[in-house]
Ligand binder design. Structure first.
Ligand code: SOE
Length: 381
């Protein structure tokens, strides 16, 4: 089987996560690494064990690279994804696909015109339990959807001294918690229920109105404290916390809460879907379990086990029951599906993986949420 060569652009938190997932896919090799300058690219490529180091333009000119993974800060996604498509390469872009709706629209059109595989890294769809919930709903085991309640809570921005480029709108965009983690939750909500969000009503808060920005380079997740003279105080204009009421196209209602300042919640996506036959509850910090609520019989606890799953969902499981899989496996499972299309040389007509069109959808919902918060009123999608 022909080997597919990939390049990764960016080496923050998520670039190495893509690398690690790709290394577990047969006949795919990450042969290139891109950083802002050649020196950093050389250093990171050596550290990560990737044979070739490039600046972005040099990588585009290399015909041996088939697929490019864009893992840079948000403001670069549009220009880089556009350049990759123009160079005739398939592209997997981190979310959000762009910072403006028009940019995402342009990318959707360009990818279609070029006939290239395009995907957005909504990897959390790839928890086998998420696919299992979707399949159970499709097979009628949930019944009609009455209501949806979700939250996505983290604490890595809990302290006033926690700092990262995501706090800077010129790098991250006008919304933070909603764009960064709300987008995953909203994507999963529509994916699992098969419903479309039609209206939103949002209320944001910025708990830390100022933050202390380190004047020295420190790793975001390292937990290291500097001394007070190593920081400068900067204003913060994006949300630490947001609550959004949702209306769906079947008349059902829901709400989500997202927060990056909830102590002890490391990375907890929770979704509960109340249906006319049962109630599903999934929490990404316990990804191998699904609670199925019942009225007339005992409640159930489904454990991840290929033998107990619908085939559509067991396709995302690599190990037998009791051998837990988690966050790093979601990207592996997603890339397996995307690379199946890459092997065909063109996008699947009905892709199972999240495409640029899904990236555009999340940007539209995100923009309406920001508008709703500003105007403090319901906004139609
Ligand atoms: C940081 O908030 C982050 O890395 C997100 O950007 C990811 O999408 C999420 O999976 C974990 O948290």
């Amino acid at each position: 089987m022909k080997k597919i060569n990939a390049a990764i652009v960016g080496t923050g938190f998520i670039g190495p996560a893509h690398l690690e997932a790709l290394r577990r896919i047969p006949n795919v090799e990450v042969t290139g690494l891109v950083e802002v300058n050649q020196e950093l690219a050389d250093q990171k490529a050596q550290q990560l064990g990737i044979p070739n180091a490039y600046t972005f333009e040099k990588m585009l000119a290399d015909d041996t690279i088939d697929v490019v993974h864009i893992c840079t800060p948000n403001f670069l996604h549009f220009s880089q994804a556009k350049a990759v498509l123009e160079a005739g390469k398939h592209v997997i872009c981190e979310k959000p696909l762009a910072v403006k709706i028009e940019e995402a629209e342009e990318l959707v059109a360009l990818a279609a015109q070029k006939g290239l595989v395009n995907a957005v890294h909504f990897n959390l769809r790839y928890y086998p339990m998420v696919r299992q919930m979707k399949t159970m709903r499709e097979k009628g085991e949930l019944g009609d959807v009455y209501a949806i309640m979700g939250s996505y809570l983290q604490d890595w921005l809990f302290l006033q001294t926690d700092y990262n480029w995501r706090l800077e709108p010129d790098k991250s965009g006008d919304s933070r918690a909603i764009a960064d983690i709300g987008s995953h939750l909203l994507d999963i909500t529509e994916y699992v229920t098969g419903l479309r969000i039609t209206e939103v009503m949002a209320d944001f808060s910025t708990v830390h109105k100022t933050r202390l920005k380190p004047l020295k380079d420190i790793e975001t997740y390292s937990g290291k404290m500097l001394s007070m003279e190593d920081y400068e105080e900067v204003p913060i204009n994006t949300e630490d916390h947001a609550t959004v009421l949702l209306r769906f196209d079947n008349g059902s209602k829901g709400s989500i809460t997202v927060s990056q300042v909830n102590a002890g919640r490391k990375n907890r996506l929770n979704i509960e879907i109340a249906g006319s036959k049962s109630n599903f509850e999934f929490n990404s910090e316990r990804p191998n379990e699904l609670w199925i609520g019942k009225r007339e019989t005992a409640n159930q606890q489904l454990m991840k086990d290929p033998a107990l799953f619908h085939p559509e969902a067991s396709a995302l499981i690599s190990f037998p029951g009791g051998h837990n899989e988690g966050f790093p496996d979601t990207s592996k499972q997603m890339f397996k599906e995307v690379y199946a299309a890459v092997r065909e040389g063109k996008p699947f007509s009905k892709p199972s993986y999240p495409t640029f069109a899904d990236g555009l959808r999340e940007l539209i919902i995100g923009e309406r949420i920001i508008e709703s918060n500003k105007k403090q009123t319901w906004i139609k999608i």
